[in-house]
Write a protein that binds this ligand. Structure first.
Ligand code: HEC
Ligand code: HEC
Length: 168
């Protein structure tokens, strides 16, 4: 695949084929292609601020980003949440997810669709920090729907949601 040649440096943080990322980093394998393209444009233009990736996408044009997104999206999703499933936290997370309607946009199996990302097969620590960033208005994406969703969530809600989603 054309994207494969362009992503050698990305593996240091996101893992081989975007799978098995290091602590705190998102897995990219199996992620929705449209979501990946949009996020990489936000990152390249500095609209999503990730200091660790600063300048890293500067040399890529839109065609390159489309190739990279196709490459990662075709790779097998990552499935190691990094810790044991805790039945109580899992059940609490399931309840909160239902009450907050996460599946209405991310789909019933949380695989996402188009610009809405896959939120399962993702590291629990990354999910926790992403949800806090939306809540605290430190991250907004192509739209502000996630900021609105997370507005009133507590740290305990977020911990339970991240545990539940990481252990699908
Ligand atoms: C030095 C570590 C590092 C390297 C190397 C790196 N990234 Fe990242 N990447 C990050 C971090 C950190 C985040 C965001 C974490 C956060 O928002 O908390 C991120 C986020 C992303 C996201 C958004 C994913 C999501 O689920 O929101 C994409 C897409 C991405 N990187 C692509 C790439 C590509 C393509 C390369 C190689 C050209 C690359 N990254 C190299 C650290 C890195
Ligand atoms: C109204 C539709 C909608 C609802 C409801 C929704 N989301 Fe999202 N979610 C999105 C969109 C769109 C994005 C991408 C936003 C962006 O560009 O940053 C997103 C992004 C995310 C991300 C970032 C993933 C990544 O890889 O960076 C996480 C985690 C997430 N949502 C979890 C949740 C959880 C948990 C719930 C329920 C509490 C939820 N979402 C409810 C639309 C929704």
């Amino acid at each position: 695949m054309r994207g494969a040649a362009k992503v050698a440096i990305c593996a240091a943080c996101h893992g081989p084929e975007g799978s098995k990322p290091i602590a705190g980093m998102p897995a990219l394998s199996g992620q929705q292609e449209e979501f990946l393209v949009l996020q990489m444009i936000l990152l390249r233009e500095g609209l999503r601020d990730v200091p660790a990736m600063s300048g890293m996408l500067k040399t890529f044009n839109d065609r390159d980003l489309i190739d990279i997104a196709a490459y990662y999206s075709a790779a097998k999703p990552f499935t190691n949440s990094g810790n044991e499933r805790n039945p109580q936290r899992y059940a609490l997370g399931a309840e909160i997810s239902k009450a907050m309607g996460c599946g209405s946009c991310h789909m019933g199996n949380y695989a996402g669709q188009r610009q809405v990302p896959r939120i399962t097969s993702q590291r629990e620590d990354y999910l926790t920090s992403a949800l806090k960033a939306y809540r605290d208005n430190q991250r907004s994406g192509v739209d502000t729907s996630m900021n609105a969703v997370m507005y009133k969530a507590t740290d305990a809600d977020i911990a339970a949601l991240a545990h539940y989603l990481a252990h699908q």
